[in-house]
Design a protein around this ligand. Structure first.
Ligand SMILES: [Zn+2]
Ligand SMILES: [Zn+2]
Ligand SMILES: [Zn+2]
Ligand SMILES: [Zn+2]
Ligand SMILES: [Zn+2]
Ligand SMILES: [Zn+2]
Length: 375
């Protein structure tokens, strides 16, 4: 008995086929190989590598035919009995002339290990993918005007059956794209915007300008030989290789410089203190000198006072002594006048000296006040 047409089984297999072909694992390995290969190429080239998964057979439902009225007479000839969609890459059964999609027929033969026509069940010696379709079938297919397979994404374009591949590959901006770096899906028109913000795209090393995958970039940065490091002590740049040797030399040098600066500061402080002491000694000597002068002045004044006192006493005592020796009545007028004049002169001298002494005293007081004020 022949097996019934197992549409469910076929679709299931097809899904498995799609899955194994576009699983993340497979893509990821592919990506790594690609990125290694492009590590020295620029971003423009990388952008071209954003690709959609391998093309699957397109399922064109009859409802997508835009000129149905024109083609409805022969539309049955253009439908594959295996997938129920419009023929893609048509093949035929040489016995019943039924058309099939090439992919559908190949899978059918593989599934049942028998080259039996799904329609007439005849077993033939045809090639594994059926017989070549006649030109007429291609001509009928070329009459179809269909909507774009990305119409759900927004494409409003009406396309001829023959030029659909060209439209999908080159023209349609609504084509779904999967980023090979982050696996995000977006429209073709968004690919440039996506690439700009894609976090997993290859990055250029800023030291050697080579591009590396997101995963290898960081590791490369750590040991990229042209990379420069900044010495934390002297802020000069050195390559990674030279830095270790430099630090061993730069650190003690810096320490020495610090100690030298500290020593210099200490020396300056000592010199400053020395200068201050010198100035203090000078001031003390000046005060001492002033006190000595004052003392000398005081002694001189004392001597003057004594002389003055003695002279006053003498001047009063002298006439008394003379009175004892001479009789006052014997003194003539001339002598009296002389005595009187002599006394007046002495009183005048004494009052001048007293006045001078008073002024000197005043000056001394002022000097003393000034000295006290300065102290
Ligand atoms: Zn088919
Ligand atoms: Zn057949
Ligand atoms: Zn389109
Ligand atoms: Zn991405
Ligand atoms: Zn580098
Ligand atoms: Zn340094």
């Amino acid at each position: 008995m022949q097996e019934p047409f197992d549409l469910f089984g076929f679709q299931l297999n097809e899904q498995i086929y799609q899955y194994s072909d576009s699983s993340n694992d497979g893509l990821f390995q592919n990506n790594n190989q690609n990125i290694d290969a492009i590590s020295e190429q620029d971003n423009a080239l990388i952008l071209n590598q954003i690709e959609s998964p391998p093309p699957q057979k397109e399922d064109i439902d009859v409802v997508r035919i835009l000129n149905f009225e024109e083609v409805k007479v022969f539309i049955d000839e253009l439908i594959c009995p295996i997938c129920s969609y419009i023929l893609i890459d048509p093949r035929i059964c040489s016995d019943c002339s039924q058309g099939f999609c090439k992919q559908c027929l190949t899978q059918w033969f593989n599934k049942y290990h028998l080259k039996s026509c799904p329609c007439c069940r005849s077993i033939s010696n045809e090639p594994d993918d059926g017989s070549k379709a006649p030109k007429l079938l291609f001509k009928l297919l070329s009459k179809l005007k269909i909507s774009c397979k990305y119409q759900n994404n927004g494409c409003k374009q009406a396309i001829w059956y023959e030029s659909k591949e060209k439209h999908y590959e080159k023209e349609c901006e609504y084509k779904a794209i999967i980023c090979q770096y982050c696996f995000e899906i977006f429209l073709k028109m968004e690919s440039e915007t996506h690439f700009e913000k894609c976090q997993y795209k290859p990055k250029k090393c800023k030291w050697c300008s080579k591009s590396f995958s997101y995963y290898k970039h960081q590791k490369h940065q750590d040991d990229c030989s042209p990379r420069k490091l900044t010495c934390p002590i002297c802020v000069q740049e050195f390559s990674i290789k030279k830095m270790e040797g430099h630090i061993q030399f730069c650190f003690p040098k810096k320490q020495l410089k610090i100690i030298k600066n500290e020593l210099q500061e200490s020396i300056q402080e000592v010199q400053k203190a020395k200068q201050e002491i010198k100035e203090s000694i000078k001031e003390i000597l000046e005060i001492d000198m002033f006190i000595r002068k004052q003392k000398q002045k005081c002694q001189k004044k004392k001597q003057l006072d004594e002389i003055l006192n003695n002279e006053i006493i003498n001047s009063f005592e002298q006439p008394v002594c003379q009175q004892k020796d001479v009789d006052p009545q014997e003194l003539n007028q001339e002598q009296v006048d002389f005595q009187e004049h002599h006394l007046q002169q002495q009183i005048k001298d004494a009052s001048i000296q007293i006045q001078e002494f008073g002024e000197e005293q005043k000056i001394n007081n002022i000097c003393q006040e000034e000295a006290e004020f300065q102290n």
